[in-house]
Design a protein around this ligand. Structure first.
Ligand SMILES: [Zn+2]
Length: 340
């Protein structure tokens, strides 16, 4: 089996939708591209064009080869401890009222069951370690999963899984309800696509559960030892500010009336919350620049006294998923395999 080298800062590979030029870019180039200040170096097409440059897979990437795809470890992050799950019941999360609504009070009998069947046949997604971690960070920011427990799953595919030839664009409907059936050749249960959102320009797979042989799982982030020196230092810093009253911001010279109004109505921040914010910024600054904007961990000030080290432990644990992936993969490797 092949474990790929983890690198959150690698160069990305682009392909121009207008002239088909392909080249490598760094984060600074992508920032300029996103603001319209950097076009395709060959034909000048910028990000405003429908056929603009987008992420693509390097021609020499070994995942072009089917046997390599089967030999690689693939990753998925999820709030489910057991994934993928043949016994997954999507209706378990629905209330009776919701079910009644879906069947329009009996007008559409079986609507709930048809919906559940569609949910169960949705393609699963696996990708690189980086893509799985970035997916978790995105969900923590975007989908009110900030407080959820996440799990990292390491997947080994079946040696007889059937892979659709070629590497494809991610069809937009794969974000929601996506089935491989009807989109791929007969019997296909794995499709390679270019991930343009997470670990962009690397390949992810849309798969059916039958393509999965076995899975290892750990909760993430890894627990940080209570006597960890970084954790102790961060906890001390919060402790030093705890209990201090919030200080009103003094008016500044040159405030206009609007600014004065804002200042008066702003809820004053406690020194504790300010220090928590500073810790978060310092940890975010250590992360690769593309990810910085996505690092969002809420500080629960009301719950601080009950668990003073919980917030710094979460921050440090998350940062180590990125700057010490080896420890995470070693922890995964010690887990028993679950056969799917
Ligand atoms: Zn071009």
């Amino acid at each position: 089996m092949i474990e790929r080298t983890v690198d959150f800062e690698r160069l990305r590979y682009m392909r121009c939708g207008t002239c088909s030029h392909e080249w490598e870019v760094d984060t600074e180039w992508l920032d300029r591209f996103d603001t319209g200040d950097e076009p395709c170096p060959e034909c000048g097409t910028d990000c405003t064009s429908e056929n603009c440059p987008n992420f693509w897979v390097r021609p020499q990437d070994p995942v072009h080869d089917d046997s390599t795809v089967r030999d690689l470890y693939w990753y998925h992050s999820s709030t489910h401890a057991v994934w993928p799950d043949r016994d997954f019941d999507p209706t378990a999360q629905l209330t009776d009222d919701t079910k009644k609504m879906m069947e329009h009070d009996g007008l559409f009998p079986g609507a709930v069951e048809r919906w559940a069947a569609r949910q169960r046949s949705k393609a699963l997604h696996v990708g690189t370690y980086e893509a799985a971690i970035e997916n978790m960070l995105r969900r923590m920011t975007d989908q009110s999963d900030a407080g959820s427990q996440f799990y990292l799953h390491r997947v080994q595919l079946r040696t007889d899984c059937v892979i659709e030839p070629g590497i494809h664009r991610e069809p937009t409907d794969f974000v929601g309800d996506a089935q491989l059936a009807g989109k791929c050749g007969p019997g296909v249960n794995a499709l390679r696509y270019v991930n343009v959102h997470e670990d962009p320009s690397n390949v992810s797979l849309a798969i059916e559960i039958d393509a999965v042989w076995r899975v290892q799982t750990i909760p993430i982030p890894l627990a940080v030892d209570a006597d960890d020196s970084e954790l102790s230092a961060a906890t001390e810093r919060l402790l030093a500010e705890a209990g201090k009253p919030a200080v009103e911001e003094p008016p500044e010279d040159g405030d206009d009336q609007i600014e004065q109004l804002f200042r008066r109505h702003r809820v004053p921040v406690t020194p504790l919350a300010a220090e928590a914010g500073a810790l978060r910024e310092e940890v975010a600054d250590r992360l690769p620049s593309m990810r910085r904007a996505r690092f969002n961990v809420e500080f629960d000030e009301a719950g601080y006294a009950a668990a003073p080290s919980a917030f710094p432990a979460k921050l440090i644990g998350l940062a180590r998923l990125i700057d010490n992936p080896r420890a995470v993969i070693d922890a995964l490797a010690e887990q028993p395999w679950r056969y799917v």
